[in-house]
Design a protein around this ligand. Structure first.
Ligand SMILES: Nc1ncnc2c1ncn2[C@@H]1O[C@H](COP(=O)(O)OP(=O)(O)O)[C@@H](O)[C@H]1O
Ligand SMILES: [Mg+2]
Length: 407
């Protein structure tokens, strides 16, 4: 299913947050930007061509908003306008419709009503009456703590894709994904942000660095201080523009929930949450899942992947899954030498060593998330037991027991 894109304009922070939560929580809509003024909305609609715009109106004079709606309809008749208000006064609804709004949404949002509005917008899009962009899949790779191998996994996942893919390094302060691919980059996401207003195909093509036939990278800022100039809104817009040009966008993220990272996670279709099976790893993963819940991300968008897996790890996987409340969908083996060599040589293992077990597992996960986002049909456990033999249960350090104590 193609996803719908939205801009919002709200009079107060509460409705803004409510609209954001409803859009992000729906799992089928992307919030491109919350506009600060009617002027900004006019400019952003022209530039970003969303599927729809939501504008809050009332309770007092809403002439400015109605004027905006008329202008939007005149300038971009293919974009669906939705008005939202706490008070469903007939006069307000009538004025909205007369200005050109297609839908009225009552606040606070009722989830069923919201979904039926989304259904109607999707129908409009399908009927070709409004904009529906080609929209590549955004796959965020995140880990609750550093050193887990998120960057190694993310770069190799990107290199394992068999469709045009862009790896975007959003570890703005310390990103080095380009070096994992052996690339020297001249431009970075900071250049994207500076040139936001005039980004077209040829400029975008010149700011990314090609790697192999299906892979290019958009590097993190070359100087750490440039990171401060990049705002969450820049990242949402840049990703929106990029997903119209690439089939897959893989995001390498830092290990914090800063506003830029949250903006990226909001937009992602899938979040691959990477952990190592040790107490700090499991604990930070549980914390991250709790934050995802608070951010209203549907659990189906989250996939937990174990990195540095080995049969020597003594932990009952079932207990980890129960503790996290999530299935483990992948197990990338630990291979210190191969991984270290690949990073040092700047050659993604999935390309340089197609037969390695690390490659085979990362390719399997790439195929999994490249599907349509449905959960895996076959649980990897069976396959794993075949590969690594049975898990032992008695050992000096009983991780499972420690997990129970933590719960
Ligand atoms: N599957 C693996 N097997 C062995 N070592 C790994 C594996 N994945 C990552 N590493 C090691 O972990 C270290 C941290 O990796 P990195 O991708 O930079 O982590 P993060 O981005 O989570 O901070 C690297 O030095 C790498 O060699
Ligand atoms: Mg990293």
């Amino acid at each position: 299913m193609q996803s719908l894109t939205f801009l919002t304009l709200s009079k107060n922070g509460e409705s803004r947050a409510e609209l954001r939560d409803a859009l992000v929580g729906s799992g089928r809509a992307h919030l491109l930007a919350d506009c600060a003024s009617p002027e900004q909305m006019l400019a952003d609609v022209a530039r970003l061509r969303p599927s729809a715009a939501i504008i809050t109106v009332g309770p007092d004079n809403s002439e400015k908003e109605f004027t905006l709606i008329k202008k939007l309809v005149a300038a971009s008749p293919d974009i669906a306008i939705i008005t939202a208000a706490h008070d469903p006064a007939p006069a307000l609804i009538l004025s909205s419709m007369r200005s050109g709004a297609r839908e009225f949404l009552q606040l606070p949002i009722n989830s069923d009503e919201f979904h039926s509005v989304l259904d109607r917008i999707a129908e409009l899009c399908a009927a070709g009456k409004t904009t529906l962009h080609k929209s590549g899949r955004v796959i965020a790779v995140f880990s609750g703590k550093g050193g887990t191998g998120a960057s190694f996994f993310g770069t190799n996942l990107a290199a394992a894709m068999d469709v045009p893919t862009l790896l975007v390094d959003l570890d703005l302060q310390a990103g080095d994904a380009a070096s994992f691919l052996g690339l020297d980059t001249k431009y970075s996401i900071a250049d994207f942000a500076h040139n936001r207003a005039r980004l077209d195909d040829s400029l975008m093509a010149s700011l990314v660095t090609p790697h192999s036939s299906n892979l290019a990278v958009l590097a993190a800022p070359l100087e750490a201080h440039e990171a401060e100039d990049i705002k969450p809104k820049d990242v949402s817009e840049i990703l929106h523009l990029l997903r119209q040009r690439y089939e897959r966008i893989v995001l390498d993220l830092p290990h914090t929930f800063d506003p830029v990272t949250v903006a990226a996670l909001d937009l992602a279709d899938d979040i691959l949450l990477v952990l190592t099976l040790d107490i700090p790893g499991i604990r930070s993963t549980r914390r991250a899942l709790k934050i995802f819940d608070r951010l209203d991300y549907p659990r189906r968008k989250i996939h937990v992947v174990v990195n540095r897996w080995s049969k020597g790890i003594d932990v009952e996987l079932k207990k980890v899954e129960t503790h996290l409340g999530e299935q483990l969908i992948g197990f990338v083996p630990n291979d210190y030498h191969k991984v270290m060599n690949s990073i040092n040589l700047g050659e993604p293992l999935v390309q340089s060593d197609p037969a390695s077990k690390v490659t085979i597992e990362i390719k399997r996960i790439a195929a999994l998330v490249s599907g349509n986002g449905h959960p895996p049909t076959a649980h990897p456990r069976k396959r794993l037991l075949g590969m690594f033999g049975r898990q032992t249960t008695s050992s000096p350090v009983d991780l499972s027991k420690m997990l129970e104590d933590m719960a």
